[in-house]
Design a protein around this ligand. Structure first.
Ligand code: RP5
Length: 174
C-alpha cells in the first residue's frame, strides 16, 4: 500500500470504488493505492449489477445523496456495472474493464459502448491507476487542494523519467 499523504479537505467520501466481484480486488489495487496516495476520501464496495441489483441501487443512492462526487466501477465479462450505475446517478462514472475473460475485450466493449444519453468514461483494461488519476482530475476542477496534488504528481513523474533518460544517455554504449 502506498504511503498516505495529507487528506484533502472534509471527511465525507468523494469517490466510491465499486467492484462487481471480490475477484476484481487485486486488479483494482492501483486505484485504491492512488486514492490513498492523493489523500482522497473514498469508500470501497462490492455490488453486482446482476447478482445484487438492489444492494447496488442502495449504495449508489446513498453515495449520491451523501455528497459523493465520482464513482469508479470495475467489472469483467458482461460488464454492465458501470452503465447501470451511470443510469442511477448524475455523478460522473469511470468504468474499468477487468480482464476476467477474453483478455478483457468483452468488458471493454460492454463498458465503452454506452448509448447516447448515459456516458461512462472508460479507461484501459485493468487500468485502475488511471481511473483514480482521472477521478482526481475531475475533483481538481472544483478543489484547489486536489488540483495541487495532481500537478505535483505530474511534476514528480516528469522529473523521474527525465532523470532516467539523462542517466541512460550518459551510460557507455554497446
Ligand atoms: C463480473 O464478473 C465481475 O466484475 C468479475 O470481473 C467477473 C467474474 O466474477 P466472479 O465469478 O469471479 O465473482 O461481474
Amino acid at each position: 500500500m502506498a504511503a498516505k499523504t495529507a487528506k484533502v479537505k472534509g471527511s465525507a467520501a468523494l469517490v466510491a470504488v465499486i467492484l462487481g466481484s471480490e475477484s476484481d480486488m487485486g486488479r483494482m489495487k492501483g486505484a485504491l493505492d492512488t486514492l490513498d496516495e492523493f489523500g482522497i476520501p473514498h469508500i470501497l464496495r462490492i455490488a453486482s449489477a446482476h447478482r445484487t441489483p438492489k444492494l447496488l441501487h442502495e449504495i449508489v443512492d446513498s453515495f449520491t445523496k451523501g455528497g459523493g462526487r465520482v464513482i469508479i466501477a470495475a467489472a469483467g465479462m458482461a460488464a454492465h456495472l458501470p452503465g447501470v450505475i451511470a443510469s442511477l446517478t448524475h455523478l460522473p462514472v469511470i468504468g474499468v474493464p477487468m480482464s476476467a475473460s477474453m483478455m478483457g475485450m468483452d468488458a471493454l466493449l460492454s463498458i465503452v459502448q454506452m448509448p447516447p444519453g448515459v456516458p461512462v468514461a472508460t479507461v484501459g483494461v485493468d487500468a485502475s491507476k488511471n481511473a483514480a488519476l482521472l477521478a482526481a482530475q475531475i475533483l481538481a476542477a472544483a478543489r484547489p487542494d486536489v488540483e495541487a496534488k495532481v500537478k505535483a504528481f505530474r511534476e514528480k513523474q516528469t522529473k523521474k523519467l527525465t532523470a532516467r533518460s539523462k542517466e541512460l544517455s550518459k551510460a557507455p554504449k554497446g
